[in-house]
Design a protein around this ligand. Structure first.
Ligand SMILES: C[S@@+](CC[C@H](N)C(=O)[O-])C[C@H]1O[C@@H](n2cnc3c(N)ncnc32)[C@H](O)[C@@H]1O
Length: 341
């Protein structure tokens, strides 16, 4: 035994715990044999090492051999344990994240379904309400009839514009709080106008209107009919729910004066024009253009607004576009002010 070994032997076993580290100074005969080679640590020491290792305490020995071997074993066991421990944590985290993701997805799916249901419900509900309102007008009146029997007065382009105006008029009636019951009379299926109506208006075949090839003259008692025409001598003062108001299905780019007026007079019908002159004033404009001839959808917007507001100024404002050269008296801008606008 070398002095060095002796010295080592004389040193008491010294366990130092510092930051989970125990330094074990080996005792005589415990770590070295006579030839100075390393022997196995005694059973108590091994068990202590195991014990300390189990409680995550690294054990060091002063014997470099024992130290390195035990340390290596400890380290690899610790590393493995730590690795397993981290793997477990990571796996748990992963599975938690996956579960959260699935839960989120399920919630989103539920919300989307609920939203679609709500949306579909409200869409269906609104459609049903509109239908109810439109059908209600069938009994309650008033009726509004578009006389489509004058297609020979129009070019193909004019017919196409008329078809678009019918679509706008229908759309406006659908939105009306107090709709009219609509009739399309003198309307021939498979005619050019019919095809244009199909082409220009989505869902035209499902329109809630009464459509017939027959003339309005054969459908309604003559005394209930009021033909609306810009050339009438009579002014429309109110809307009577017991009457049927007729609009001439005409788009006359090259104005054909008095076509509807003459037709009405010829059949002994009442006529009326909108009270444009009564409630509006001519606006000075460069072309000095003033026209009381409106498109059927504009006339309809005036009738619809009048029914809702009982106010002609408001109604006329809704349908007479500024291009017609008429404005409400309050809308006239004095010339010296208009130069600043
Ligand atoms: C473009 S206008 C056609 C005008 C055509 N020259 C005519 O003889 O009736 C289309 C239809 O809208 C209605 N309308 C247009 N302006 C009107 C007004 N100021 N008063 C009453 N009805 C009008 C009429 O029923 C008319 O037939």
């Amino acid at each position: 035994m070398t002095s060095h070994e002796e010295g080592d032997m004389m040193k008491p076993a010294e366990n130092k715990i510092c930051c989970e580290t125990v330094t074990y100074m080996g005792e005589a005969g415990e770590v070295h044999d006579g030839a100075g080679s390393r022997t196995e640590a005694p059973a108590e020491v091994s068990s202590l090492i195991d014990h300390l290792t189990l409680i995550h305490i690294e054990v060091e020995s002063n014997d470099p051999g024992l130290h390195s071997q035990e340390n290596q074993a400890c380290c690899s066991r610790n590393v493995m344990r730590k690795q397993k421990h981290w793997e477990k944590i990571i796996a748990a985290k992963k599975s938690k994240r996956r579960q959260e993701k699935e839960r989120r997805k399920a919630r989103q799916c539920e919300d989307a379904n609920a939203g679609t249901d709500r949306h579909q419900h409200s869409k269906k509900f609104l459609k049903a309400l509109t239908k109810e309102r439109l059908l209600g007008a069938k009994d309650a009146g008033p009726r509004l009839c578009i006389d489509l029997s004058m297609t020979d007065h129009m070019s193909k382009k004019e017919m196409s514009r008329l078809a678009a105006q019918i679509g706008r008029l229908y759309g406006s009636n659908k939105k009306a709080a107090k709709p009219f019951w609509l009739n399309l009379t003198g309307f021939v299926e498979n005619s050019l106008l019919y095809d244009e109506c199909l082409r220009m208006n989505d869902g035209f075949v499902h329109y809630l209107v009464e459509s017939t090839e027959a003339s309005f003259l054969d459908l309604f008692p003559l005394e209930t009919i009021v033909y609306l025409t810009p050339d009438s001598d009579h002014v429309l003062e109110d809307i009577d729910p017991t009457k049927v108001y007729i609009l001439g299905g005409l788009v006359d780019e090259s104005v054909q004066k008095k076509v509807t007026y003459q037709k009405a007079k010829h059949n002994g019908l009442q006529t009326a024009r909108l009270p444009i002159q009564e409630y509006m004033v001519k606006k000075v404009n460069v072309k000095n253009f003033h026209s009381e001839i409106l498109a059927i959808n504009q006339v309809f917007d005036i009738l619809r607004t009048y029914r809702e507001t009982q106010s002609w100024p408001e109604a006329l404002k809704a349908g007479v576009s500024p291009g017609k050269g008429f404005v409400l008296p309050g809308e006239i801008i004095p010339e010296n002010e208009s130069s600043f606008t």
